[in-house]
Design a protein around this ligand. Structure first.
Ligand code: CO
Length: 185
């Protein structure tokens, strides 16, 4: 089932999301729905707050980046209750976008390596290190669980220049090929 996507300006995108446990109701179905929603919107990652659930759950499929970023090939993973253990490596710029911030693309600087502890969809605990585009996609989605979005990481001047676009998204005045959740009145 395709779910509507929450837009910038909705307070759920500003909350720190909560851990879930194995008994979380219909988890497999929720993961399937998140993938379906993400693919329908041509996204490469989706975090639960973006579908109006303040829980620590992320789905990623970054395979579409493989032409420019070979490391992203077959990078398809579910992250439950992820925590960043360590970020390292040089900071680098990468142009990010977000299904919750349609029509906005900005270069963001982040570390190139991230070490992550998380549970997979079978609730097996894992620790992995990602580099390059894999790290980048994860870091972007992880921000959503911490109540952050990528425009929080650009310069104040650049953010000012986006003010009108951001206001329009907050007010639901934006055209998208996918359904967005109507902003609260
Ligand atoms: Co996003």
């Amino acid at each position: 089932m395709i779910l509507p996507i929450v837009g910038y300006g909705n307070s759920i995108l500003r909350k720190v999301a909560k851990d879930i446990d194995q008994d979380y109701p219909n988890l497999k179905e929720l993961i399937d729905n998140m993938y379906e929603t993400m693919y329908n919107a041509s996204g490469i990652g989706l975090a639960a707050p973006q579908i109006d659930l303040s829980i620590r759950l992320i789905v990623i499929d970054a395979d579409a980046l493989k032409e420019n970023y070979p490391e992203a090939e077959n990078f398809k993973k579910v992250f439950i209750n992820p925590q960043i253990v360590e970020e390292s490596g040089e900071k680098w710029l990468f142009e990010e976008g977000c299904l919750s911030l349609p029509n906005i693309h900005e270069e963001v600087s982040r570390h190139s390596i991230v070490k992550v502890r998380y549970y997979d969809e079978d609730f097996i605990e894992r620790e992995e290190t990602f580099q390059g585009a894999k790290a980048r996609v994860f870091q972007h989605e992880y921000d959503h669980l911490e109540g952050k979005v990528f425009v929080d990481r650009i310069s104040p001047l650049k953010k000012t220049l986006l003010k009108r676009k951001l206001n329009n998204i907050s007010e639901g005045k934006v055209q998208t090929s996918y359904r967005m959740k109507r902003p609260k009145a």
